[in-house]
Design a binder for this molecule. Structure first.
Ligand code: SF4
Length: 910
């Protein structure tokens, strides 16, 4: 294939579009004309069809999407979903302007088809049947792709048949008790950095300090915990990797490195290249673990392939998923080598929806069990030296361990919690309980399977309990228990429950309870009509609610009983048939028992405890450990869930109990653990409160390594005093002018989504007119991690975002040189916050601490390397001076007018 496809090319941004006829010259046109031409003529070449249609303000139209072709040709390859991203991935010069972008598309198509042509015969033989299946579904690229690949004997998507099998290995045995001495950890660090590296004394000091968590513990239940704050630039990742890898090697047991964001999981994995430069060795020594809902389930893929019946989109989606399944390193669809933009291209259901999201795995009864990505990952983690996990998985696994509900019966001895400032939030999510419509309907589905469409009767992708355990029902008693569970589950919210709630026509006790909880929220919740979520206290209950709760409790008990009974029956089989059961069947039965324990013993038991407390006397304030409330959750003004919630007031208490106490050594580290009041002891106390150190059996060791950066010289902090924060036009104009002044490379942070959208509406076009691309979370149909990747790659692009962007961005260099905050990020005064603030003595200092920590986090994004420079602008003149401790020593926030701020940004960043 040496000729580009004979098709026009189209690109668009916020201010216009460019159209290129085959062999012609690109011309600028307005959105409306571009939309008409795209819909009228032959499908144009473009990059990201949904985003292009959104820019043109029209519905999606048939197109030759270069990203689909990229996903077919390089299934696990990396490419940003922009024309510049395509150019980078294909080794082309970055296009400058819309016309150049349009001109690049035919060349990109030609190169992609050419690289398919260069593939060897085996690769072509493998790709051809998939292309044929996609051709039947009307894939616009099929003809061109098939012309390169040649004919296929038959269409087929069955890649699972060609995946390698994992093999069972002997258990590792108990971890040894060898300590890691600071001197040897420093020597390991030196080796990791290489002989030519500049000496970094702070990093060596940090490495020595963290060794305290890699010593033998003195007493059962008394983990050795180190709280280690290391300023940005210290190089803490390699610092703790040095100590952790040594401990793992000496003690033949893995260390779990846990992060809050999946982005950092990816970064740690990359840093480990310096420890294991040989890929085969790294594959043995390092494994990334996430919750099972992150991985492709091959049985779901097979089911999806079976239901592809020539329908265009689904054949394309399953074809692209099949290509990726064959190429992926580990089947991880959230991060890893999965192109996240594929979700926007072909739909969530046909991509992320193919994960085992509801615990419907049938384990060894699955024909793909021996090839399953999840099972492979679980086994590799037991033998790896370093397991890169995330806080959510670590906490859920530890919490379920005691009741047999963990996905993996193995619990690590040593942990490193990076992004340790997020331990509180992660524990808050992991140890909370939600008796809501969505959760209860999920439980019903877990038991009964799909009840509508193709999956009716437990068929299709949602396999009900009856189908999952059909071959395990070997006696009358088990059959009776299963029947009882199925019957009881039918009383949980059924499909269309939301509609019935809105209509006030509930079916069954659960829906009735939800109707009344919703009524209580609507009667008493604040902010009705604003499109936001609403919440209210659970008591005093409105008429009828306590009766409905009692009826729901009876229904839940009727479900918990047979689930617990089934767990007992299956456990007995494990004992009775110990000599006869093969290990695959054993582990399947164990997994089923864990599922029953998790639903019956944790989820339902937790819900029943919440219901039981509804009518009871309120506990004394100082004995309260949890807080309950009713809420209606809304998204874009639409109700998506309703129900009752329970959170720990201090979620670090269960974290300390379930995660830290059973461990031997724990390192909690971050660039921002401490508060910034200026009182050293108080600042450390804040770190201890946020990490749960006050619950640990043994006092945590404190370690502090300052950043090597000269923040006073490298940064400026400006507080703008003359922009009215409630005047949307003024705020938008301030963003626009500041972004002009920096020439892009700016991050706009917002405390509310509607204000972000309002600013985006006003500044996108003027910025694009000046050649500055603007991306926005909650506006662009792209995952936040992709937006951050694009922002990082394009030096002069700007990005608007909220919390997830503030906390998860690591953008070294000029791509991030300006941060503009719209308002002081005070905590939201919701019921949970009020309870926590009351528990902290009701003091304003609690709010100050949380706000300072958020500002510290945001400021920390600005300088990631020694040669970075950046300006932090707060558009809210109400920033109190007592929050100035959020910024490092040597950085004095200056209060200035907007004009002065704009001038200073331009001058400082020149
Ligand atoms: S073993 Fe479970 S998760 Fe793995 S492919 Fe089979 S059903 Fe899916």
């Amino acid at each position: 294939m040496n000729q580009p496809p004979d098709a026009p090319a189209l690109v668009a941004n916020a201010s216009g579009a460019a159209w290129l006829e085959p062999g012609g010259v690109a011309r600028a046109i307005v959105h409306a004309d571009a939309a008409l031409m795209a819909r009228a003529g032959p499908p144009p070449l473009l990059c990201h069809a949904p985003a292009t249609a959104a820019k043109l303000g029209c519905a999606r139209f048939p197109a030759l999407d270069l990203l689909e072709l990229f996903a077919f040709v390089h299934p696990a390859g990396f490419c940003l979903p922009t024309v510049r991203g395509l150019a980078a991935a294909l080794g082309l010069a970055p296009p400058d302007g819309l016309s150049a972008e349009a001109a690049l598309l035919p060349e990109a198509a030609r190169l992609l088809l050419k690289s398919l042509k260069l593939d060897d015969d085996d690769a072509k033989r493998e790709a051809a049947p998939i292309a044929a299946a996609m051709a039947r579904g009307g894939w616009p690229w099929a003809e061109l792709v098939q012309a390169v690949l040649g004919p296929a004997a038959q269409a087929g998507l069955d890649v699972w048949n060609r995946l390698p099998e994992w093999s069972e290995q002997a258990p590792q045995g108990q971890a040894g008790g060898q300590p890691v001495a600071p001197a040897e950890a420093r020597a390991r660090l030196t080796a990791l950095l290489g002989s030519n590296a500049e000496p970094r004394p702070q990093q060596a000091d940090y490495t020595s300090a963290v060794c305290a968590s890699f010593q033998p513990r003195e007493a059962d239940g008394e983990a050795l915990v180190t709280l280690a704050e290391a300023g940005t630039g210290v190089g803490k990742t390699l610092g703790y990797i040095a100590a952790a890898s040594l401990w793992a090697e000496k003690n033949q047991s893995p260390v779990w490195l846990s992060t809050f964001t999946k982005n950092l999981q990816r970064q740690i994995d990359q840093e480990l290249d310096s420890l294991y430069p040989e890929p085969a060795l790294k594959a043995r020594k390092v494994v990334i673990r996430k919750g099972r809902e992150n991985y492709l389930c091959l049985l779901n893929l097979e089911d999806a392939a079976r239901t592809v019946s020539g329908s265009g989109e689904s054949a394309v989606a399953v074809g692209l998923m099949a290509r990726w399944a064959r190429a992926t390193r580990d089947g991880d669809m959230v991060g890893g080598d999965f192109p996240a933009w594929l979700v926007g291209l072909v739909g969530r259901g046909r991509t992320l929806g193919l994960a085992d999201r509801r615990g419907e795995c049938i384990y060894s009864a699955c024909p793909h069990y021996r090839k399953c990505f999840i099972e492979r990952g679980v086994r590799r983690a037991r033998r790896a030296d370093l397991v890169i996990a995330n806080h959510a998985l670590v906490m859920t696994q530890a919490a379920l361990h005691g009741i047999g509900g963990s996905d993996d019966s193995y619990l690590p001895q040593r942990y490193v919690f990076d992004e340790g400032h997020h331990v509180f939030n992660a524990a808050d999510s992991a140890f909370s309980a939600h008796l809501t419509g969505v959760e209860a309907a999920e439980l019903r589905r877990w038991v009964l399977g799909a009840e509508s469409g193709a999956g009716r009767g437990g068929g299709g992708r949602a396999r009900g309990l009856a189908r999952r355990m059909e071959d395990l029902v070997v006696d009358g008693q088990t059959a009776e228990l299963l029947d009882a569970a199925l019957k009881a589950a039918r009383r949980l919210p059924a499909p269309e429950w939301r509609q019935r709630l809105n209509d006030g026509a509930p079916r069954g006790a659960a829906e009735k309870f939800l109707v009344l909880a919703r009524a209580q929220v609507l009667a008493r919740g604040k902010g009705r009509g604003g499109g936001y979520s609403l919440e209210t206290e659970t008591g005093p209950a409105i008429d009828g609610l306590l009766d409905a709760a009692a009826a729901l409790d009876r229904d839940l008990a009727a479900l918990a009983e047979p689930l617990t009974g089934l767990a007992a029956r299956l456990s007995k089989r494990l004992e009775d048939e110990a000599a006869d059961l093969d290990s695959a069947t054993r582990s399947r039965i164990e997994a089923m028992c864990r599922g029953f324990a998790r639903r019956g013993g944790v989820t339902i038991a937790g819900w029943r405890a919440m219901l039981a407390d509804l009518g009871g006397a309120a506990p004394e304030e100082d004995t309260k450990t949890t807080v309950d409330w009713f809420a209606i959750e809304r998204s874009d003004g639409r109700e998506i869930d309703v129900g009752m919630h329970r959170h720990w007031i201090d979620p670090t208490a269960p974290f300390a109990e379930h995660v830290v106490r059973p461990a031997h050594g724990v390192l909690i580290t971050s660039a921002t653990l401490r508060d910034g009041t200026g009182d050293g002891e108080a600042d450390w106390r804040a770190a201890e409160i946020r990490t749960g150190a006050h619950h640990f059996a043994r006092p945590a060791i404190r370690a502090e390594t300052p950043s090597p950066f000269d923040y006073g010289a490298q940064t400026r902090v400006l507080v703008v005093t003359d922009v009215r924060r409630d005047a949307a036009d003024q705020v938008a104009a301030a963003y626009r002018e500041l972004f002009y002044a920096s020439g892009g490379g700016a991050l706009g942070l917002f405390t509310a989504i509607n204000r972000l959208r309002a600013v985006h509406r006003q500044i996108a076009r003027p910025l694009e007119d000046k050649g500055i691309a603007l991306y926005a979370q909650h506006v662009d149909a792209l995952d936040t991690s992709i937006l951050v990747d694009i922002f990082r790659a394009e030096e002069d692009a700007c990005l608007l975002g909220t919390d997830a962007v503030r906390d998860g961005v690591d953008v070294p260099g000029r791509s991030l040189r300006l941060i503009v905050f719209d308002r002081v990020p005070w905590p939201r005064p919701d019921l949970l916050h009020r309870a926590r603030r009351a528990a902290a003595g009701g003091a304003k200092s609690y709010d100050d601490m949380l706000t300072r920590l958020k500002l510290r986090q945001a400021f920390g994004r600005l300088v990631r390397r020694a040669d970075d420079k950046g300006v932090f602008v707060m558009l809210d003149g109400a920033l109190p001076s007592r929050l100035a401790g959020a910024f490092p020593g040597g950085v004095e926030p200056r209060r200035v007018g907007l004009a002065e701020a704009i001038a200073e940004v331009g001058e400082f960043l020149r």
